[in-house]
Write a protein that binds this ligand. Sequence first.
Ligand code: GLY
Length: 338
Amino acid sequence: MNKLTTLLTLSFLLVLTACQPKQETENAAEPPTKEWSIALHGGAGYVSPDMPEDRKQAYMESLEEALAIGSEILANGGSALDAIEKTVNYMEDNELYNAGKGAVFTSEGRNELDAAIMDGSTLNAGAITGVTTVKNPITLARRVMTDSKHVFFSADGAETFADETDVERVDPEYFYTERRYQSLQRAKAEEQESNLIETNEEKEWKYGTVGAVAKDVNGNLAAATSTGGMTNKKYGRVGDVPIIGSGTYANNLVAVSATGWGEKIMLNVSAHTLAAHMEFQEATLQQSMDYLVDEVLEPGDAGFIAVDKYGNFSMKTNTGSMFRAATDSEGNKEIGIW
Ligand code: GLY
């Protein structure tokens, strides 16, 4: 190569470089990314602000403990899937919440549990509905995702699948709690007398669910939701929770978990609507959350938690209250009920 050719080649390369969009400019448009973040809910509804102080204390302490479980896993480099599963396990074992041990009763006096989990990095998911002997339904849902060729098992089929795993089983009596049983009796009485007004406590149980969403240090997102459904639900009713895209959805842009009136959440394919709004409108997490809660759903329908790929979290309800908590690697933290 002679001198002239070398000079021409260098000039050409300089012009080419100058015409390239600047990397720093592109990055400057991206919001800063938190290493990890997690949000959880323990149900949306109409909890009275006059709730007894000791009860309020019990909820606040359990939200704090659930958050600590998930955030410790994430802070130690654990996966979003592990963090949300363990967080939800804790809430399933706590009878304050309508999931696992604290599940509400069906109209037939049974406890039939639903759960779903989704891995945003693979778009794989697992769901179960109508199980009666699985102590931690979210763990079985994860096994459906990882150990089966299917996505969704129901009732007897889900129990048969559970037989093939090592998930912990319990006698259906394990799910009996006097508080939930009395709630069923009141719901049945109300059915007879249509002029009876539901108490706030009934509404809280009616809308209860637990869920968690997280982003881990590898940039992977995941969502999990678990519930006993609605008090006095009829004949194999399935709610939004195990329907992928309705109560539970994750890709690696956003992870969403819903709580509230399952029928309304389902009819609006709510969790996926939030994700699609973010993607196709190029909206922020908060803009898409506002769109879903304020414009798509009606007042009193539902609440949602979500984290996005930048580690932002958002928690919003259009009911009077939502048990919720969130934190991230930057030390931002929020715990609340109203
Ligand atoms: N959102 C819980 C249910 O309706 O089953």
